[in-house]
Design a protein around this ligand. Sequence first.
Ligand code: FNR
Length: 182
Amino acid sequence: SQYKVAVIVGSLRKDSFNRKLAHAIERMAPEGFSFEEIAIDALPLYNQDADGNEVEAVKRFRAQIAAADALLFVTPEYNRSISGVLKNALDQGSRPYGQSVWGGKPGAVLGVSVGAIGTALAQQHLRNILAYLDVPLLGQPEMFIQAKDGLFNDDGSIGEGSREFLQGWLHRYVEWVKKHAV
Ligand code: FNR
């Protein structure tokens, strides 16, 4: 069977390193897996007053997540946490109460930043949120990536120096999804 992975990128920036990383991973998808980025840039700021009366962009986003077998979060680090736009997307998917689209879908967290700790603190915050949202999260290997020259090749693929590490991570992720997808 085909596993559909919803990829959520926590940056709206056009030349986002995190989006580049997400797309590079999409290109490495093994047989039986498809990775698709689910856009979060059209989502309005979450407002509990809109529960049950969501605008089209929210309905579409929720439907896309609901249709996925697994999740992959690629997060930047903003002020030692996740970005506001990513938190907003998580909140939009979590409500109305009792109708969260996140629960039970196996997931993983990774990220790239210009700082040396490579989104470690953002990822830790994100893991906290996803634990509450009942997303079974891959624990290892962790992926804290610092944006450096050579991380990506000109064609958008992963550079030589990081390729093997990423391939190893992807192998573990794929096994995780197969084990936990319902
Ligand atoms: C940052 N950046 C950053 N980097 C980091 O390692 N730790 C941090 O806490 C922060 N904080 C932070 C706050 C805000 C508001 C911005 C705009 C940026 C730098 C960040 O890693 C860099 O902008 C990345 O390029 C963001 O990821 P994308 O957009 O390239 O995917």
